[in-house]
Write a protein that binds this ligand. Structure first.
Ligand SMILES: C[S@@+](CC[C@H](N)C(=O)[O-])C[C@H]1O[C@@H](n2cnc3c(N)ncnc32)[C@H](O)[C@@H]1O
Length: 220
């Protein structure tokens, strides 16, 4: 098991791993486990997690420092949330999810990991959870909504600390089916910049997540 340029992310050959901060032997989505020098690691599948895809593609070096309070928008069943929680532990990951169906497994996952704090809410209404979350070091967003950039800016404006960082997994087809992807990305970048964020890089996530581009941003 070797280190990577990303703090706390490990690799064995081409495969990525995070140290398991859940109960020993706990699998979140059927991932394989491996023990190395007495530490249990969870395999991190870039086809299941856009953050793993971003790292496999060499992205986010400008902003990734590992630990920090994290606001995660679009937690779903907790696949990526669980790996991020491995990486930032003991710092908390506040996971916002609006679908009650997806929230149930997320809640169950949080019962096994003390630094995952799930909140059933709409990420378009940050005023509903801002007081519970407070200031964060990192915002990660994967909501597949038409107004993704606006949601990101509004959450950053109210909760991202000065100098904080952001990762927007932009689903190009959620914005529009008809306009070219590059135009959609250009507009999202402009919206982030207008919101006071500096876009440090842009990484297409194909072949792991088609129609997705990761925008790596930081508060100036
Ligand atoms: C692509 S899935 C996220 C997958 C997850 N990020 C992962 O990697 O494990 C998108 C999720 O965003 C949620 N979502 C969509 N719009 C939302 C909103 N406005 N507020 C909160 N969650 C939202 C959906 O219910 C869905 O669970």
């Amino acid at each position: 098991m070797a280190d990577t340029p990303w703090d706390r992310v490990h690799r064995d050959g081409r495969e990525l791993f995070t140290p398991n901060r859940g109960p020993p032997g706990d699998r979140v989505y059927g991932e394989s486990l491996r023990t190395f020098h007495g530490v249990e690691y969870r395999n991190w599948d870039p086809f299941r997690s856009k953050l793993a895809a971003l790292f496999v593609k060499g992205g986010a070096l400008e902003i990734w420092t590992g630990a920090g309070r994290t606001l995660y928008l679009g937690g779903a069943h907790g696949t990526t949330v669980s790996h991020l929680a491995d990486l930032v532990e003991p710092a908390p990951v506040f996971a916002i999810e609006k679908s009650p169906t997806s929230f149930a497994p997320l809640l169950a996952l949080a019962g096994r990991r003390s630094n995952i704090l799930p909140i059933l809410a709409d990420a378009q209404l940050p005023e509903r959870y801002r007081a519970d979350v407070g200031e964060v070091d990192l915002i990660y967003q994967d909501v597949a909504q038409r107004n993704q950039a606006a949601i990101f800016v509004e959450n950053a404006r109210t909760m991202l600390r000065p100098g904080g960082r952001g990762l927007l997994m932009l689903k190009v087809r959620s914005v529009t089916q008809r306009r070219p992807a590059h135009a959609v990305v250009r507009e999202a970048r402009a919206e982030l910049t207008a919101g006071g964020l500096e876009v440090r890089s842009e990484v297409a996530l194909a072949p792991f997540a088609r129609d997705h581009v990761a925008l790596v941003a930081a508060f100036t």
